[in-house]
Design a protein around this ligand. Structure first.
Ligand SMILES: Nc1ncnc2c1ncn2[C@@H]1O[C@H](COP(=O)(O)OP(=O)(O)O)[C@@H](O)[C@H]1O
Ligand SMILES: [Mg+2]
Length: 280
């Protein structure tokens, strides 16, 4: 071994240990992402400006920002439903080129088909994917049970409350066993108490599926409660202004919301949003 090799080896040996976080492969990543829309009057609207962040496998990341800042656009690009104007989106290391069954999406409105039963609604993505019917049925029943609707399989959407409809939407997004679950303000239309219940349910679902989750919301407390990390976006054109590691117990309980630590995260994110143009 020559002197150069020796110093190289020593330098390598002396490098700080790679943290477990850094070792886990990225589930997805945005790199210098830009998105511009053509508006009706012929002008252009910049929805996303130079967005870049990476999310680890199994991580729950929340994206918070004011209405119109580009949250849905970001989610739709990751889901392959919209194309970026420039930059890259990597899913499991590969560039996203269109929708895939590895990604499940829950939208703000559950958009269930009124003429199909709960079970038949959950089966839609499996049918679209041409999945083996017996396997699809087993997965649909499994996820209906996970969201607490196993006894409602034969009901129709108009027989369900808003919270229950959204649970159907979640089971439907999970039916193909996606690696990544994307949620676009999924609880925005629900009353405060149902929303809290759904937040807790979602954490259970996350625990049981091990899915990577990205949830966008304009509620700062919801973003802090659910997220391992919170990505904060500025008003349009959406940029990432802050990425906050939420160092709260992994087992989140509603009591946590009344703690000073929780309050401190919420205030700091609110201050950041106000500084960049405000939430209100
Ligand atoms: N298909 C589209 N055509 C034109 N403009 C769009 C389209 N989709 C979104 N926008 C514009 O892009 C901006 C970001 O929208 P969106 O991603 O829906 O924001 P958010 O989900 O944060 O409320 C808004 O100004 C919106 O009007
Ligand atoms: Mg939106």
């Amino acid at each position: 071994m020559n002197a150069k090799e020796y110093t190289d080896m020593q330098a390598l040996a002396e490098r700080p240990p790679v943290s477990t976080h850094a070792q886990a492969p990225a589930a997805f990543a945005f790199e210098q992402l830009h998105k511009t829309f053509r508006s009706k009057d012929g002008g252009t609207v910049t929805a996303l400006h130079d967005v870049g962040f990476a999310v680890r496998k199994g991580e729950f990341v929340t994206v918070v920002g004011p209405s119109g800042c580009g949250k849905s656009t970001l989610l739709r690009i990751l889901a392959g439903l919209e194309r970026a104007s420039s930059g890259r989106v990597l899913l499991g290391g590969r560039a996203v080129s269109g929708p895939t069954r590895d990604v499940g999406v829950v939208f703000q409105a559950p958009v269930l088909l009124p003429w199909r039963s709960v079970l038949e609604n959950v089966l839609v993505p499996a049918e679209v994917q041409g999945r083996d019917p017996a396997t699809a049925l087993a997965r649909a029943r499994h996820y209906l049970q996970l969201v607490g609707l196993e006894h409602f399989a034969t009901k129709y959407p108009n027989e369900l409350s808003g919270g229950m409809q959204q649970r159907v939407g979640i089971a439907r997004a999970l039916v193909n066993d996606p690696l990544l679950l994307l949620m676009d303000e999924p609880f925005g239309a629900l009353d405060a108490m149902t929303r809290e219940t759904m937040n807790l349910e979602l954490l259970k679902i996350r625990e049981r599926t091990g899915a990577t989750i990205m949830l966008v919301t304009h509620s700062i407390p919801e973003a802090v409660f659910l997220g391992d990390r919170v990505v904060v976006m500025s008003p349009r054109p959406g940029r990432v202004t802050q990425v906050v590691d939420v160092d709260l117990p992994a087992q989140r309980t509603l009591e946590l919301i009344n703690t000073d630590r929780f309050g401190a995260y919420v205030s700091s994110i609110r201050a950041n949003l106000n500084a960049s143009g405000g939430l209100d």
